[in-house]
Design a protein around this ligand. Structure first.
Ligand code: NAI
Length: 336
């Protein structure tokens, strides 16, 4: 099949080409994000392959259908950027990559925690400028600290194990608790409010749904301990960012590690180093010494890229052969 791959970057092209070629598919790479305006580029292809900041709304899907596309293959786990109801109505199957490497994301969350705690981001810059002072670099021992993991699916469970390994007391919250984590003594499930009130570190690993949008709002932040470290590698809109900024400025939240940002579309994944950042909330966040922002890179390991490419083109092959699509997502799967 011929697959139009949108929002492509140098770091993934070889790996995607190789997986496609190995299964007899042809790929055409497009740099623009997939939106209503760019969907027409897919004319002449059988499927589109898209990433997290594409906007696959009803209008984009209608154009895709119109130009002859028969399959939407997301090379991501999250599918909150797709109008699944419209896709179902148009008879356009949508597949995703449910789990490519939970470890990649969990380990990045751990990297953010350690970097913020031990001020690695500050020390790196300081030493390069010949400043060998230790002032302001005091961190804390991880052992014995209370870490709250919200969402203990694949990624949250992997992070809970890492934090347990550091000697943290790990509290967890999930609407479907994982009995294995409890029986292995890794986590203790508690109501969200207790997790907020008692955790020194809080990390978010629930999907973005109408229920989880702005899960961390001003009210939730006020419940948290003064000096809490908040980590978000889930989806930007899990956090009400202006409320987080206000809490950071008030000195209530002590550290924030963000791999995702509510308004990241059009900013993350791009080199904007010669431009003025127009998003004032992001620009202000970037000035704070206790905030570490990475641009949605938690997934970015060699292993994850290979799994993404292979699962995506396995789905394309299954579709071509008329086999059941095991990684299909439907509107009914979205928790409303
Ligand atoms: P998963 O589906 O394995 O786990 C999600 C967990 O959240 C489940 O245990 C579920 O019961 C729980 N949950 C869902 N809604 C809830 C609610 N309202 N209240 C309490 N618990 C709730 O998903 P996985 O693979 O662990 O990924 C989690 C999220 O991480 C993805 O949805 C995606 O948004 C994000 N992600 C971010 C990446 C990055 O590069 N920054 C890469 C991959 C995923």
């Amino acid at each position: 099949m011929k697959v139009a791959v949108f929002d492509t970057h140098r770091y993934e092209r070889d790996i995607l080409s190789e997986a496609a070629r190995a299964r007899g598919h042809e790929v055409v790479f497009f740099e623009p994000r997939l939106t209503e305006a760019t969907a027409v580029l897919a004319r002449g292809t059988d499927a589109v392959c898209s990433f997290v900041n594409d906007r696959i709304d009803a209008a984009a899907l209608a154009v895709l259908k119109d130009v002859g596309v028969r399959l939407v293959a997301l090379r991501s786990a999250g599918y909150n950027h797709v109008d699944l109801t419209a896709a179902d109505r148009l008879g356009l199957p949508v597949v995703r990559v449910p789990a490519y490497s939970p470890h990649a994301v969990a380990e990045h969350a751990a990297a953010l925690i350690l970097a913020l705690n031990r001020r690695v981001h500050k020390a790196y810059v300081r030493v390069r400028e010949g400043n060998f002072s230790l002032e302001g670099l005091t961190g804390f021992d991880m052992v014995g600290k209370v870490a709250g993991v919200i969402g203990t699916g694949r990624i949250g469970a992997a992070l809970a194990r890492i934090l347990h390994g550091f000697g943290c007391r790990v509290l967890a919250h999930d609407m479907a608790p994982d009995p294995e984590l409890t029986s292995a003594g890794i986590v203790r499930y508690v109501p969200l409010e207790e997790l907020y009130r008692t955790s020194d570190i809080i990390s978010l690993h629930v999907p973005l749904t109408p229920q989880t949008r702005h899960l961390v709002d001003a009210e939730a932040l006020a419940l948290m301990k003064r000096g809490v470290m908040l980590i978000n590698t889930g989806r930007g809109a899990l956090v009400d960012t202006p409320a987080l900024l206000a809490s950071l400025k008030a000195g209530h939240v002590g550290h924030a590690g963000l791999d995702v940002y509510e308004e990241e579309e059009g900013i993350f994944f791009r080199d904007l180093s010669d431009q003025v950042i127009k998003d004032d909330v992001l620009a202000r966040l970037l000035t704070l010494p206790n905030v570490l922002v990475t641009s949605h890179q938690a997934f970015l390991t060699r292993e994850a890229l290979a799994n993404i490419a292979e699962t995506t083109f396995d789905s394309v092959s299954a579709f071509e052969r008329g086999e059941p699509l095991v990684h299909a997502v439907h509107a009914a799967a979205v928790i409303r």
